[in-house]
Every structure is written in C-alpha cells, then in structure tokens.
Design a binder for this molecule. Structure first.
Ligand SMILES: [Zn+2]
Length: 414
C-alpha cells in the first residue's frame, strides 16, 4: 500500500514537472504582448553578434567627447543605447570584424582589431553609468543588476592572430571571448564557406593549434562563416562546446552555405554548443535569395545594354532607380521563429540563441525585428507558439551562458 502511495506521488510530481504551464494557455493576446515585454526586461538578452564597431569604423568615428552622442540615440543603424534599453538588450557581443582584405603577410589586421577594441573600451569609459565591459557571464550579471549594458567582445575572423599562437592569449587579455575562425575567404586557420579555393580541406595545421589554444586560454570557438569541412573537423577537435555566433538554417535557404545544414545543427547540439540565429533577410528564406539573384541579373543586363559598369558614375542614378522599382523582399519575425523552431526540433531547446548581426546587414532586417528595440516581438511570437518562460530564458541567454561557463571551466582544467 505504502509503495502504491509513493508511486502515485512520484507520478503526480513527474506529470506536474512535465507540464509547466504555457503562457499561451492562460493569456489573451494583449497579455501575451505585455508578458513578452516583461520577459525581455526580466531576463538578460545576450545577442552574440552586433556589428556596431564596424558601423563606427565605416563612418571613420574614433569615439571621443565630440562624437559620443552616436552611442546614445542615433537615427542610423540598428543599435544604440536608447533602443537597447527599450528592447531589453543587456549583453550585445560587440563584433570586432576584420575584413578578409587584411589577410596579408605584412598586415594581419592586428592593429586594426586593436583600434576597434579601443572604440568599444571608449564607449565604457565615456558612459560609465550606462555601459560596462564584461569578460564572463558573472560580470554580465553584475552589470545587469547595476542597470548597465554589458559589452563583451567577439572577434570575427582569426586573421589578426597571424602565424603567432601567442596572439590568441593576447586577444583574450584584450577582452575577446569568442573568435570566428575566418570570414568570407580561407585564411591561415581554415577554409571559409564563402570561398571555393579549399586551401586546407578544412583546418590548416596551424588552425588545429589555434583551436587547442583557444580552449586552453578560454575563448569560445565560433564556427559561423567556416566551410562545412572545417566545421566537422572543429567538432572532432574541440575540447569545449562551440557556438555559431550568427548563423541560420540552410534548410530554409539551400544555396546559402553560410547557413547550417540539419546535420551540422545536430552535430553542434551533440557538442553541447549553441546555434545563434542570424536575422539577415537573405539568410532566412530562399525566396529572398532567388529574387536577389534575379534582380542582380536584370540590373547587370540593363547596365550592359548602356555600356556601363556598376562602378561608373553614370550608372549610379540607374542603379538607384532600379532599386526603387525592384525593392528587395523582406523576411519577418515569424521566419526567424521558424529557424528557432527548426533548431529546437533537431537539437533541442538547449541549443538555440540569438545572434542578430544587427549593424552588419546594411539595413536588411526582417519586418518586426528592425532593430535592437524589437526583441519583445520575437519573444511574443515564440510565446504564441507555445514556448514557456524557461524556454525563453534559455534562448535569451541561458544556453549561451552554459557554453561560456564551460569554456572557462575547460580552460581552468575543469
Ligand atoms: Zn559575419
């Protein structure tokens, strides 16, 4: 009899824990919207890829007293303080993006990387009450409690490491917490999804040492942008979980090699890593990719007929008129949610997060996710699809935190 009661209690507890109430079951639409906004501010939102440093660089801005207002409230781009506060963004990884053009023998982009890092440091020293650096999840949490936005840093392209392994620690000391192994071209570390050269058939011998050194010093290995061969070799080699800091699912855009195949998503899940979903219109939907290809061809034919190159000054008004008459298709927040659903279906709720690529996609953001003030829309969309509060916490930051903490632990020999 006693066994029966114990069994009954056990089953009741199990049933209860397995059926965490979904907000969609108890709230109407207005309540769901309000709840989404509440969660966006209750949880840390850690977006693993924001290209604000690049936007500053493109505008040749070296942050100082005279130029600092661009950080607070700016009509251009997708990131600033005011909009971050509105959208609940507390931990945007500032992307230290190094274009492939720096992959030269005499200039690896190291001093360029330093100049971008200095700009991020300048934000925190110009606005100490609003922004702070963060080198660990614990530091982000302390900043969050103090009402400050953290600015952790990731370096997009390992080119600045050059051929000197000591530079991995150098960049760790400067605050870099993930490195995207390469960008759109093969580099000294590995092959890129944007290249066809197949220089190394995956990782170079030096690249293998770089991955091991990143694990040793505590830098997250980021597999966004790498070629599929590189990805699988990293999965075999890595001693700690990895991330895709800003990648989407190739299932929705089969020609986009920057996106991840179903098999890669499953493999990253097995590595206990996280796919951080990119919001760039063109990575989300093959209909958009196809239309862009068609438009490009149409425009090229139009210019050819007039004997013009796209770089000619006479071509400029024609290109502008063409763009007006043939606007690029836009994706939307539902499509981003489809990508999140897809990763959840393949790898589980513990392996998906947000890596918007804001300020790095030339304004091509989805409807409903136009800038950093719009994360509550995504949370609302996910709540409507039956995601629980805990699921939202995992997507907003907990999954990335698990990886980041584990990478630190592995570097300390744990
Ligand atoms: Zn990128």
């Amino acid at each position: 009899m006693r066994i029966k009661i114990a069994l009954l209690l056990f089953c009741t507890a199990l049933t209860f824990s397995c059926t965490e109430k979904k907000p969609i079951d108890t709230m109407n639409d207005d309540q769901l919207r309000a709840f989404a906004d509440e969660l966006a501010h209750k949880f840390i939102i850690a977006d693993s890829h924001v290209d604000f440093p690049e936007r500053l660089k493109d505008n040749k801005i070296l942050l100082d007293e005279a130029t600092k207002s661009i950080v607070l409230s700016d009509s251009g781009g997708e990131f600033d303080y005011e909009r971050s506060k509105k959208g609940g963004l507390n931990s945007p990884f500032m992307s230290i993006y190094i274009p492939s053009s720096y992959q030269k023998q005499n200039d690896t982009g190291k001093s360029f990387a330093d100049s971008l890092i200095n700009n991020v440091l300048a934000i925190t020293s110009l606005f100490p009450d609003k922004f702070a650096l963060a080198n660990s999840p614990a530091e982000v949490e302390a900043n969050f409690k103090a009402g400050k936005i953290s600015l952790p840093m990731g370096m997009e392209n390992g080119a600045p490491i050059g051929n000197d392994l000591a530079n991995v620690k150098y960049f760790h000391d400067r605050g870099i917490r993930y490195i995207t192994l390469t960008h759109s071209k093969d580099n000294q570390i590995c092959d890129s999804s944007g290249d066809t050269t197949r220089t190394w058939n995956g990782l170079s011998p030096f690249g293998r040492e770089v991955v091991a050194e990143m694990n040793r010093v505590g830098i997250i290995v980021d597999i966004s942008h790498v070629d599929d061969t590189t990805f699988y070799q990293v999965m075999k080699l890595a001693k700690a979980p990895c991330i895709a800091s800003h990648s989407s699912c190739r299932a929705f855009a089969p020609t986009v090699r920057r996106d991840m195949t179903d098999d890669m998503i499953k493999a990253l899940g097995k590595n206990d890593g996280v796919v951080m979903i990119n919001f760039y219109n063109q990575f989300l939907d093959s209909a958009i990719v196809n239309q862009n290809v068609k438009n490009k061809k149409k425009l090229r034919a139009l210019l050819n007929a007039k004997g013009l190159q796209s770089s000619d000054s006479a071509a400029k008004p024609i290109i502008e008129q063409f763009s007006k008459e043939n606007p690029a298709l836009k994706s939307d927040v539902e499509m981003v949610a489809n990508h999140i659903d897809h990763v959840v279906k393949l790898a589980g709720i513990d392996h998906v997060g947000i890596g918007s690529d804001y300020d790095g996609v030339e304004g091509e953001t989805p409807t409903g996710l136009e800038d950093v003030s719009k994360y509550p829309n995504l949370i609302y969309t996910l709540l409507k699809r039956g995601y629980t509060e805990e699921d939202i916490a995992k997507i907003c930051y907990k999954n990335l935190w698990r990886v980041w903490n584990k990478v630190e632990q592995v570097s300390k020999g744990g």
